[in-house]
Design a protein around this ligand. Structure first.
Ligand SMILES: [Zn+2]
Length: 309
């Protein structure tokens, strides 16, 4: 073996390092190979080596969509060349498509909506991403999750979880105006999570379905409202047996006899809360006056004691 490594040797070394999971050093070897190819005027070789370097560089910044886009751009320059990634071989343009979709997914997931319209926009973007994974990646193993996270999944397996998130975003967009409709979207989300094999998220969605779908009559004002935690609130209370019997025969509950809680619409709850807050502030101010008066008395006593000596 010659002492000076050729560009081709460096690419082969890069492949070995990738197989051993050493992506940082693999990146160095591929980059060095790209420089050597370029110096020799082999632009195809340089593009291939740069593409390998850009793909393994994703391992250092998996949450950054730009890393995926840069690698995708580089791969597009080499078309149908068969890339050797770990134990797999994949056409460069197919890997480029995967990287673009993963970048889009990261961008959509990082959106933090604050109003109903933004929640609707996020839901739409999630649905579009789900459709693209299904259309372009069905039956194909995703290279990146397998390489860096040892997760084997085909492209179409991404779709159910993106659809679940879309339904949840739609639910959030409706919660203020129509809690029952929001509950229906969480019900759809639950089914998508189950299809995605995420029982934990399905259970969380179920809880939202129950809470948002639950309706109650306000203990204080008698208004009928749905959407627990949003439009009505559960408050701890003291309920006697006589009080509990008064609820019999009413279509909507005003209290929960088992947990000793009452239901209050957001209006009554906020009024009670504000009143309690005001009383606490008033009481604190009264205490401060009292303490200040007692401190003044103690200071006088101390002065008097000193005066005696
Ligand atoms: Zn009320």
């Amino acid at each position: 073996m010659p002492l000076i490594k050729t560009a081709g040797d460096l690419v082969a070394l890069g492949h070995d390092l990738v197989q051993r999971g050493n992506f940082v050093e693999a990146n160095e070897k591929y980059s060095e190979a790209a420089r050597k190819f370029a110096k020799q005027g082999d632009m195809m070789g340089a593009n291939i080596a740069s593409s390998y370097a850009a793909v393994v560089a994703i391992g250092q910044q998996m949450a950054n969509p730009m890393a995926y886009r840069i690698a995708s751009q580089s791969l597009m320059n080499i078309g149908g060349f068969m890339m050797k990634i770990g134990l797999r071989e994949v056409p460069a343009n197919q890997l480029a498509t995967e990287l673009d979709l993963l970048a889009t997914e990261l961008e959509v997931l990082s959106l933090s909506p604050t109003n109903p319209q933004q929640f609707k926009d996020k839901a739409q973007a999630l649905q579009t991403a789900a459709m693209q994974f299904r259309a372009k990646m069905t039956g194909q193993v995703l290279i990146i999750p397998e390489l860096f996270s040892k997760t084997a999944m085909s492209g179409d397996m991404k779709a159910p979880q993106l659809m679940a998130l879309a339904e949840e975003a739609l639910g959030e967009s409706l919660i203020l105006e129509d809690p029952k409709a929001a509950a229906e979207h969480y019900q759809s989300a639950r089914l998508w999570w189950m299809q995605a094999g995420r029982q934990d998220f399905a259970d969380a969605a179920s809880m939202r379905v129950r809470a948002y779908g639950r309706a109650a009559k306000c203990w204080f004002c008698g208004r009928e409202v749905s959407g627990e935690g949003i439009h009505f609130v559960v408050m701890a209370a003291e309920l006697t047996d006589v009080v509990k019997r008064t609820g019999e025969g009413s279509a909507l509950p005003t209290f929960d006899p088992i947990n000793n809680t009452i239901f209050a619409c957001r209006g009554c709850y906020s009024a009670a809360f504000k009143l309690a807050d005001d009383l606490a502030i008033k009481r604190t101010a009264e205490l401060e006056v009292k303490i200040e008066r007692e401190l003044a008395a103690i200071r006088t006593q101390i002065r008097n004691l000193r005066g005696m000596h």
